[in-house]
Write a protein that binds this ligand. Structure first.
Ligand code: PLP
Length: 404
């Protein structure tokens, strides 16, 4: 008989994976992948941090290590260290045991677990996400039946923050609504609020009793400084209020495939935090029982050794310097070339991404004529570029905006 799944329609791959697959199939030696957000070295190769190699060596040589199941919440030390990384080593919230942190399957798993607990227990089921945002954000909340709405964030006319719009939207959200913020290095725009703007956002969030949910996937890659990039989250914890924080180690340690992240829930009291943790355990148990050990062991080894932590900080700074240099080279080359338009905003945007003012036709043109792969919204992964590919990329942009 016919398959019980015969009624399932074929759906396309998520766009970013479709771009990656198309790039893989393109035989041209000129091809350039500025699509998916992974860091690349100057020669366009995947980049494994030296400190990660060192930590892995330590793990391999550690004969006392084993492969038993981890607790449901993962490696206790990893959780403690992750909370300190984002909230500060001397965070009063951590000292007062008001924070529960659980090891999760990278940023994605942390966001999904946060959505799960909110869906199950939180009184307000509307979640606001920035417009635009990381393409997977709506899915976490849709998947658990929540209502997803957007707040104004990016202004394409200024290539900057629509702060006025953001403030107006915060003011009109229903009391208690969950608001998702990207802690730093906003994907896909590369546009972050200033610290003064964050403070205004914080005041509004608290006075309107909204619940902030931070997504931190680029800590250290944005300013080159782990402390500076944590400032937004720390403002919201310093006021004693509650929030959720999803951390990802994919980009900041270049361990994408290890799937290492953490969800922290900052609560009002230690008792609430431990009750929350008990409920997180039930949710995790039903989804995947307990997390994998290897990637989180790498992260814990790096975070607990001041020597390796310092090496990590230096490597982050070096990665950040390369991104900054490439932004400047790109803007200079477009200006030297006389390409129409003001491209200086590229150096104002931060982190791994820039949004180029290209329409979908122009993006298609880049791919068809120049074998350059970027997201249809014009987002480019700066790390996919290199000094020697800048002239080629500029030729392509020039042709795209001057009509070929
Ligand atoms: N959050 C943001 C803002 C991202 O850009 C990404 C990945 O691109 C993620 C979360 C999820 O990444 P991962 O699941 O690899 O940690």
């Amino acid at each position: 008989g016919e398959s019980v799944f015969a009624h399932l329609p074929l759906v396309p791959d998520p766009p970013v994976f479709a771009v990656m697959a198309a790039y893989g199939k393109d035989p041209s030696p000129l091809k350039l992948n500025l699509g998916i957000g992974v860091y690349r070295s100057e020669d366009g190769k995947p980049f494994v941090l030296n400190v990660v190699r060192r930590a892995e060596q330590l793990l391999v040589n550690d004969m006392s290590a084993n492969k038993d199941y981890l607790p449901i919440t993962g490696i206790t030390e990893f959780n403690k260290l992750s909370a300190k990384l984002i909230l500060a080593p001397d965070s009063p919230a951590i000292r007062e045991n008001r924070v529960t942190t659980v090891q999760c399957l990278s940023g994605t798993g942390s966001l999904r677990l946060g959505a799960e607990i909110l869906a199950k227990f939180y009184h307000q089921q509307t979640v606001y996400i920035p417009q635009p945002t990381y393409a997977n954000h709506p899915n976490f909340f849709y998947s658990v039946g929540q209502t997803v709405k957007t707040y104004r964030y990016y202004d394409p006319r200024t290539h900057g923050l629509d702060f006025q719009g953001l403030v107006e939207d915060l003011c009109s959200m229903p009391s208690g609504a969950v608001v998702l913020f990207q802690a730093c290095g906003h994907n896909p725009t590369g546009v972050d609020p200033t610290i003064q703007q964050w403070e205004q956002i914080r005041q509004l969030v608290r006075s309107r009793k909204l619940l902030p949910f931070f997504d931190s996937a680029y800590q250290g890659l944005v300013s080159g400084d782990l402390e500076v990039d944590a400032q937004s989250v720390r403002l919201f914890v310093a006021d004693g209020g509650e929030c959720l924080v999803a951390q990802s180690y994919s980009k900041v340690m270049g361990i994408y495939a290890e799937r290492v992240g953490a969800l922290s829930i900052v609560c009002k009291t230690a008792e609430v935090a431990s009750n929350v943790e008990s409920q997180l355990k039930l949710l995790i148990r039903a989804m995947y029982s307990n997390p994998p050990i290897h990637g989180a062991s790498i992260v814990a080894a790096i975070l607990k050794s001041s020597d390796m932590y310092n090496e990590w900080s230096r490597e982050l700074k070096m990665m950040n310097d390369r991104l900054t240099r490439l932004r400047q080279q790109l803007v200079d080359a477009l200006s030297d070339r006389g390409t129409p338009g003001d491209w200086s905003y590229i150096t104002k945007q931060v982190g791994m991404y820039a949004i180029l003012s290209l329409n979908p036709d122009q993006v298609q043109f880049l791919t068809r004529k120049y074998h350059i792969y970027i997201s249809s919204d014009g987002r480019i992964n700066m790390a996919g570029l290199s000094s020697k590919r800048v002239p080629y990329f500029v030729d392509a942009i020039h042709a795209a905006v001057t009509g070929g």
